[in-house]
Design a protein around this ligand. Structure first.
Ligand SMILES: N[C@@H](CCC(=O)N[C@@H](CS)C(=O)NCC(=O)O)C(=O)O
Length: 348
């Protein structure tokens, strides 16, 4: 896939170790400071989100931007196009680095084509992977974070300053913090990253271990969601959105391209109705582009799909009634831990 070494792009990388896919830690993975969170609201247009429509980690950040109603505050740029040197930032055409026209002697701004050029513009001797999503500070011309979980949390925390819809709701309620952390880690290891470990495995053993994790996690979630409307009962949290971005891609990409072929999402009745409920929210529905997900995944994963042929989409009725309201009401928490009906805030 390629990476930057001391600011220079190189095609070799080190993500496979003894046949096992090892996802490197993000370089800017620290918690996002409060001044930046306040800045997201108080300085509209200063911070930009750069994401990809196909990537589950990007999708998490894009979803939180919608749910916290930040579209007018944080411009979104979708990296897409042929991956010649990693991600193209604007379909392979020139793209002006936001804010670069303010750099002295650069009135026309700095124009780039590849995401790695944004990384090395931010840190000239950057060594590491060049990943989406990332949060860009257009005033300081630097990357603030390239870790989706931290970006989600920062977007969520803006409700302490902005109070969209007059209620300081949160998808990371303090009351559930430690339980969410534990659950998110388990799901990330076994399922979210498990589908990548299965897809990129270069030995039978590594593949078998990953597949076992993926499907035992799906079994466990299926049991849980049979009786619980969301992962935390009647309360929706960011853990649901993290899980959703993996599930929504499962049958379209991971099932076939990553060889997760034991069962499809639609073979799990509760996981499938749960996914349909989350998909049915108008703001979420508009954030899912199945053909972009499939095209980008199948065209760019040339090691699994050297011909670039995009297989036909699996038949699945994502708009069929989910009937999850029979399980419980649907609630959300405020920052202080009070439960309020979701329908007061969102069209669901
Ligand atoms: N830990 C990161 C992972 C992001 C990530 O791996 N993104 C993929 C796209 S789905 C990427 O940019 N891959 C390019 C690469 O690793 O070279 C996060 O959750 O934000």
């Amino acid at each position: 896939m390629g990476m930057l070494v001391k600011g220079l792009w190189q095609e070799e990388d080190q993500i496979i170790q003894s046949g096992v896919f090892v996802r490197p830690a993000s370089i800017y993975a620290q918690e996002i400071p409060t001044e930046v969170i306040q800045g997201l609201i108080r300085e509209p247009g200063r911070y930009h989100l750069i994401a990809s429509g196909s990537c589950q980690w990007s999708h998490r950040a894009v979803i939180l931007r919608h749910l916290m109603k930040l579209q007018d505050y944080i411009p979104l740029h979708l990296a897409h196009g042929p991956r010649l040197e990693g991600y193209a930032i604007n379909g392979g055409a020139d793209w002006q680095i936001p804010g670069s026209q303010k750099i002295p002697l650069s009135r026309d701004g700095i124009r780039i084509k590849h995401l790695h050029q944004l990384y090395s513009h931010s840190v000239p001797d950057y060594t590491g992977r060049v990943t989406v999503p990332l949060l860009w500070d257009s005033w300081q011309q630097k990357i603030i974070s390239n870790e989706s979980a931290m970006i989600m949390q920062a977007f969520d925390a803006t409700s302490a300053f902005l109070i969209p819809a007059g209620v300081d709701y949160s998808f990371f309620p303090a009351k559930l913090e430690s339980e969410m952390k534990e659950l998110d880690q388990r799901i990330y290891h076994r399922l979210g990253n498990g589908v990548y470990r299965a897809g990129f495995a270069q030995s039978q053993e590594a593949y078998d271990v990953a597949i076992d994790d993926v499907f035992s996690e799906l079994d466990e979630l299926e049991n849980h969601l049979r009786e619980n409307r969301f992962l935390f009962g009647d309360i929706i949290t960011a853990s649901d959105w993290k899980l959703f971005t993996t599930l929504v891609r499962f049958d379209s990409v991971y099932y076939h391209l990553h060889r997760c072929t034991k069962q499809r999402l639609i073979d799990y009745p509760s996981l499938w109705s749960y996914s349909r409920e989350l998909y049915s929210w108008p703001v979420i529905f508009s954030s899912v582009d199945f053909s972009m997900i499939r095209d980008a995944s199948y065209k760019n994963d040339t090691s699994h799909n050297p011909t670039g042929i995009i297989p036909v989409a699996p038949a699945a009725d994502w708009l069929a009634p989910h009937n999850r309201e029979k399980l419980s009401s649907a609630m959300i928490m405020t920052r202080s831990g009070e439960k309020i009906p979701l329908s007061l805030l969102f069209r669901i």
